[in-house]
Write a protein that binds this ligand. Sequence first.
Ligand SMILES: [Zn+2]
Length: 88
Amino acid sequence: MSTETLTCSRCGSDRIIDDAKVEDRITADRRASLDVMIGYRKASMLQPEKPQRFPLAARICGSCGYTELYVVDPDRMWSASKKLTRKV
Ligand SMILES: [Zn+2]
């Protein structure tokens, strides 16, 4: 059996609220996901490159409130990161 029980890395509780969406409020009525970006450093006149954005999700402990952020699709981010490295 590979049933993984998530536990809080701070207090050890198993009361974990998984996959909470993290949003950034741009204006009072406009919101966007909170993202991490890669590729923004290479943008230039000669080599315009749009940064690639990857949304974050949160895992929150229902006992102590400790919150971890993680990338929703790490496989896709890793692949994108390797492609950027190869272009140098
Ligand atoms: Zn906790």
